[in-house]
Design a protein around this ligand. Structure first.
Ligand code: ADP
Length: 246
């Protein structure tokens, strides 16, 4: 008998998904009262909140750009978000994720409308289960739109992975930890790629397949992001209740 752990049983993944299937995605816009824009997302076991402030004055002032707004993105994993307590505060990984996530969103933000100002994006990972950077980008994109920040379009993000030599969509924790590769992607609805990373080993053919798999995932997420914003604005038409978050 083969003792090796298999990621598939009868072609179905350990969590019951088919290879090209996303985990359940739930998105709600406008969940925080004090932020200019906000969003809560669940992507499988990931639970993430994004808050957007601005455009507002830049502090410290020497960071100002005369011709455009700067964008800051802070990705933070709560110490209770992972199995073993994570040491609080920034580390190398969170700096890297913050940088690539900012770069994934910056190209769609019309920063030149707001010279000398800043748009601050805060992403808090409350529960992590692989794919937190992609969940954060999806939430941040909706939160920016919720804040009324002028953008060319939304950005949608998800990863493809490789397990047992097969390309899968949206790896969960065990697939990410024990699989052979992970490829997060972020893109605009018309197919402009704003983030592409890859861990592990992919052949050229597998790289093509992984890109196409992740692209299809992004398309599905885009529809859910749009729906979250439409739901948010239809809520706004109703009279606001005392103490409501809206
Ligand atoms: P992403 O969350 O974007 O997939 P990684 O590939 O770096 O980013 O991380 C994969 C998963 O590993 C995370 O979603 C999380 O579940 C887990 N993880 C990351 N950093 C830590 C940490 N410091 N402690 C425990 N688990 C972690």
């Amino acid at each position: 008998m083969d003792e090796k752990l298999s990621f598939f049983k009868d072609g179905i993944r350990l969590d019951g998904r088919r290879p090209g299937e996303l985990r359940p995605v739930k998105i709600e816009a406008g969940v925080l009262k004090r932020a200019d824009g906000s969003c809560y997302i669940e992507m499988g076991g990931n639970k993430v909140i994004a808050a957007v402030y601005g455009p507002r004055e830049v502090h410290p002032r020497h960071l100002q750009k005369v011709s455009r707004a700067i964008v800051r993105y802070r990705y933070n994993m709560a110490s209770f978000s992972v199995e073993e307590r994570k040491r609080p505060g920034p580390d190398r990984r969170s700096h890297e994720v913050s940088k690539v996530s900012r770069e994934a969103l910056e190209p769609v933000i019309l920063t030149h409308y707001f010279p000398r100002s800043v748009i601050d994006i805060f992403v808090e990972i409350l529960q992590a289960d692989a794919g937190t950077r992609t969940a954060g980008i999806n939430a941040a994109s909706v939160a920016l739109a919720d804040a009324g920040v002028p953008m060319k379009c939304l950005v949608s993000s998800c990863a493809a992975g490789k397990v047992d030599g097969q390309i899968i969509l949206d790896p969960m924790k065990d697939e990410d930890n024990f699989g052979e590769g992970d490829m997060p992607l972020a893109m605009t609805p018309d197919g402009e790629v704003t983030l592409l990373q890859a861990d592990g080993r992919f052949t050229v053919e597998e790289t093509r397949e992984a890109l196409e798999t992740a692209r299809k995932g992004c398309e599905q997420i885009y529809e859910i992001q749009k729906k979250a914003l439409i739901d948010r604005y239809s809520r706004l038409e109703e009279p606001e209740e005392e103490g409501s978050n809206v």
